[in-house]
Design a protein around this ligand. Structure first.
Ligand code: PMV
Length: 314
């Protein structure tokens, strides 16, 4: 019996979360924590995940991916994740990518571009039709990604949804260390994206904040290439303020950012917010991590820019 395995990294959004849903640029980077998925044909009447029947409530991303991509016999799926869920580190995207990768490996067609598209479609279904391909493309390609509305140097693939089209590019990033501070509170991406959508629909002010987030992300590209940490840190602080205005920060996220800042170039929330995690760019990861845990956060030191999805069959 064929067994397919896939492994995908988590990710951090450095700049442009939320704004990227509206076509503004974003920068996201793979991290050295991964999710693994193993699949083989099962003997039961339906798909099973880690020994339990699959349910839309507990396994939304997995179920959407299987429903869309797999027409064969029920599968036994095993998942092992080094990524805390709903924490802004891309656990759902890594799971969608590893799932799509394993299914496509079973079908003998596990090309990265195809994996990125199928994982995005699954994430879109689970996020009720509002999602950018940032997370899924980053977990597929690894390294770092620049998302933009025009095609540029180091183009990888494009992904369209409705009237929007996103162009995904490889981005070289220097060896940077970030401390991630998890608030321990779950932030649901779909809720935060829906909240921002209501704000954007109602006020020109929110649309202006979205454009400013885009400007910050654009300005960060040459700073990343030049590894200008002080300037990058200042842009991170700026992005956090804009995200706070947009209503996706929380007092806990603000507190953890403030705790980290004396030991960091800058700090901001990462991902959808409403809970989840913040990141701090620092040369003193231990001090930064200690400051975060003193305020009740859960710190993890991550290295940026690991490899993307890998697949195999045996
Ligand atoms: O799922 P998270 O927490 O990594 O956030 C996703 C990033 C958003 O920009 C908020 C949504 C999206 O689809 O791009």
């Amino acid at each position: 019996m064929v067994v397919a395995r896939a492994s995908a990294p988590g990710k951090i959004i450095l700049f442009g979360e939320h704004a990227v849903v509206y076509g503004e640029p974003a920068i996201a980077v793979a991290i050295d924590l991964r999710t693994e998925v193993t699949m083989e044909e099962g003997k039961g009447a339906g798909h099973r995940v880690n020994g339990h029947p699959i349910t839309p409530y507990h396994h939304a991303y997995l179920k959407d991916a299987l429903d869309m991509l797999w027409k064969g016999r029920p599968l036994d799926v095993r998942t092992v994740s080094g990524l805390p869920s709903a924490s802004g580190l891309g656990s759902s995207a890594a799971l969608s990518v590893a799932t799509a990768g394993a299914i496509l490996a079973l079908q003998g067609d596990a090309q990265p571009e195809r994996i990125a598209r199928e994982a995005y479609a699954a994430e879109l279904a689970a996020q009720k039709g509002k999602a950018s391909p940032t997370d899924t493309s980053t977990c597929t390609h690894g390294h770092a990604i620049l998302v933009d509305k025009t095609k540029q140097h180091d183009f990888l693939w494009d992904v369209a949804h409705g009237e929007r089209k996103w162009y995904l590019h490889h981005l070289d990033v220097p060896q940077l260390t970030l401390v991630v501070g998890n608030t321990g509170m779950r932030g649901r991406t779909s809720d935060q994206v829906a909240k921002v959508a209501r704000f954007v629909k109602r006020t020109g002010f929110a649309r202006e904040v979205i454009r400013d987030l885009g400007k910050t992300a654009r300005a960060a590209v040459p700073l990343l290439r030049a590894c200008d940490k002080p300037a990058l840190g200042a842009r991170m602080d700026e992005a956090h303020n804009l995200l706070e205005i947009l209503g996706v920060s929380t007092p806990r996220l603000d507190e953890l950012c403030n705790a980290a800042r004396p030991f960091a170039y800058g700090a901001k929330l990462t991902g959808s917010g409403g809970g989840g995690s913040m990141i701090a760019l620092t040369d003193e990861p231990e001090k930064c991590a200690r400051a975060i845990s003193k305020r009740g956060g859960y710190p993890t030191v991550v290295k940026l820019g690991g490899p993307g999805v890998t697949t195999s069959t045996s």
